[in-house]
Write a protein that binds this ligand. Structure first.
Ligand code: SF4
Length: 448
């Protein structure tokens, strides 16, 4: 028996000031999305790791007895004194590595013969350092798909046809989860702060497994495509849209995308395929900062593209921005905030998500060469909503944190103004729409 443990998501309390801004953000977001997309798509907080589910699927098709567990389920099994299996394989992200190591120690205490394996995106980026720091793991699973599955099995595996993942292997019914799917792995771009460009490119599924999803989910369910760039290329986007249109699915779709790939024809194909939302990375409006971080899309080109999307579709347009990239200072951030304000007041975008940059450990990357000094080796602190784990050559960690909080507040205020409200208290509360997500992520959390 092999237990596959999903520790790619985690609970953590955040700074009270940030929590306040996040709650305002979700109040407004509920209102804006409800009005644009409609009442048929409540947002859920329970998620699963598609990569780990793929490994479970491969092992299961090869005759292995596998069990997919969320980490809380493993904690309960340990507490109840349940018998440990032959192997336990964790899928982690950087901030959950220490917690996986803690659980591995517990498992070893109870059942020294159980082999404990660690895999996931962090392990692919930083295997050697992880091995040195956390010798409790018997083995690391490096690679993707069959490569990683064979390391867990300890044997070569047969290649089987069939759906990319088998959703019946999840421990909960699919309708309880937020649904994420993808068509291709990898990214053709190489922004220096992002690891997606290092992942291998392969096609997982032409249409995100609509045939299976149609049988398992109610009409109107939200399905997010998390390809770094949907379909990897313009031709790929076209193919995905054709396949989705043919599938005649009843879902509301969203995807991540590079703005420069979009054309009027592709935008209209996306709408016909069922997309109601597109999320575009903008990151910053400071040309110098974009250049320094190998981000090739210019602010003017981006503006042209969002105007084109508005003229040719009714898509909900969501932007990603990042605070704290190397080169950030108050002037550079003000350029981004002015640009965000302009986009909101001109109604060119519906939402802007801002995240904090985190210098995740990556083999072959010397952060000192990028003007970054790491302040702690405690990976549990390497998350996007905690106090920064670094300072840059121009900004202290305290200043970077203040810039992040100021950005969260400013984006909220620009958004509020563009919606015609004077205060967040005036925004109508949309019951249930984001409630589960907000409760799970921002209310009643353990302290840091
Ligand atoms: S930031 Fe976006 S475009 Fe750049 S490498 Fe990452 S996924 Fe690709």
């Amino acid at each position: 028996m092999i237990w596959l443990v999903d520790y790619t998501h985690y609970d953590k309390a955040i700074d009270p000031r940030l929590a306040k801004y996040r709650l305002d953000y979700f109040r407004l977001k509920s209102y804006v999305r409800y009005n644009k997309i409609g009442p048929t798509a409540p947002v859920k907080s329970k998620v699963f790791a598609t990569g780990l589910l793929r490994l479970a699927t491969i092992l299961h098709r090869n005759g292995y007895d596998v069990r997919y567990l969320h980490y809380e389920m493993l904690e309960e099994l340990l507490e109840s004194g349940a018998q440990m299996p032959e192997k336990v394989a964790f899928s982690c992200v950087c901030p959950t590595v220490p917690a996986c190591a803690g659980l591995a120690e517990e498992i070893k205490k109870r059942s020294p013969k159980t082999k404990v394996i660690l895999g996931g995106i962090h392990v692919n980026l930083s295997a050697q350092l992880t091995r040195e720091r956390f010798p409790v793991f018997d083995q690391l699973a490096v690679g993707f798909e069959y490569e990683a599955a064979e390391q867990i099995a300890g044997a070569p595996l047969a290649r089987h046809n069939g759906d990319y993942v088998d959703y019946s292997l999840l421990p909960l019914p699919l309708k309880e989860y937020a649904i994420n799917t993808f068509t291709t792995m990898g990214c053709p771009y190489r922004c220096s702060y992002c690891a997606d460009g290092r992942a291998p490119h392969f096609v997982a599924s032409r249409d995100g497994q609509m045939d299976q999803l149609k049988k398992l989910l109610p009409a109107g369910n939200l399905v997010h495509f998390f390809d770094s760039v949907l379909g990897f290329s313009q031709e790929g986007i076209r193919n995905v849209c054709d396949a989705l249109q043919k599938a005649e699915h009843p879902f509301l779709l969203s995807c991540d995308m590079r703005a420069e790939l979009l054309t009027p024809e592709l935008v209209s194909a996306m709408e016909k395929a069922g997309f109601v939302e597109v999320r575009l990375g903008m990151e910053s409006a400071d040309p110098e900062l974009l250049k320094r971080n190998k981000r090739t899309l210019t602010v003017d080109h981006f503006l042209e593209k969002v105007k084109m999307i508005r003229e040719n579709s009714n898509l909900y347009v969501c932007l990603y921005s990042i605070t704290g990239l190397p080169g950030t200072n108050w002037d550079s951030q003000q350029k981004t905030l002015d640009y965000c304000d302009f986009l909101f007041q001109e109604h060119l975008v519906d939402e802007i998500k801002n995240a904090q940059y985190v210098p995740y450990p990556m083999e072959g990357v010397c952060y000192a060469d990028r003007g970054i000094t790491l302040l702690t080796e405690d990976w549990s602190q390497y998350d996007r909503q905690s106090f920064p784990v670094y300072h840059t050559d121009t900004m202290s960690a305290e200043e970077l944190w203040e810039i992040y909080l100021h950005t969260a507040k400013s984006i909220n205020e620009s958004w509020l103004r563009s919606c015609g409200f004077a205060s967040f208290d005036d925004v109508p509360v949309i019951e249930g729409y984001y409630q589960e997500y907000v409760e799970a992520n921002y209310l009643n959390k353990k302290s840091v």
